[in-house]
Design a protein around this ligand. Sequence first.
Ligand code: SAH
Length: 249
Amino acid sequence: MTPEPQIGSTPWRASVLTLFPEMFPGPLGASLAGSALKEGIWALETVDIRRFARDKHRAVDGSPSGGGPGMVMRADILGRAVDAAHGADDPRPLIYLSPRGERLTQSLVREIACGPGLVAVCGRFEGIDERVIAARRVREISVGDYVLSGGEVAAFSLLDAAVRILPGVVGAPASLNEESFEQGLLEYPQYTRPQSWEGMEIPAVLNSGHHAKIKAWRRAQAEKITKMRRPDLWTSYQAAHDGVRKKDG
Ligand code: SAH
């Protein structure tokens, strides 16, 4: 069974450490995530890393030890920011958004959404001093095999994906189970009005009112699309289903 986020009396809490606090809530202040924020289903706090710099220029970075291009975020300053946001008994995972991290997937999103929230460190420049990662039990998470200019955009993705599955955020929770990745498959094609558009009709089965047939058609479509576009997902889906068949049989 996939874990379900529980309705709690305290909101799911996100703290974001960033050099650009003015970027937040940004896209998370609109639509589903924005309403949920106003309703107190989740809470968002930003921590300005620069506040923890002590020299008069408030510099947060230094040149890479050993040489090379760019700048690196300093361990002492970031360390102080992390400790201010994430006390020793804070149950929330401490996450560094990083292209070197484990890949963000729907099951990882679900795992995080089921917890009490998160503390996210957004890197800039060439990234952060490795010693912070080593010293503070940091979990590195990547949003994909490409390089962003900062962790903030990655944090938006992670937070948006986690918040939308918190109880009470999406109107019809059933719609979540049907979605891409939730069953290990990509989603089936969706249609709505008008019935005919540019000479293309909605597949007849969808207007048949025959729920079992619609379900079977959707499943077949989802399988076909997954097989074609994502052989990697298809292989794990098949393996999982063979497992179920063997257990049942
Ligand atoms: N020099 C680094 C890239 C630094 S990019 C490297 O080659 O690995 C600057 C910041 O953007 C990173 O510190 C990280 O916080 C964020 N970032 C970039 N790409 C990301 C990705 N795919 N997933 C998550 N965060 C990313």
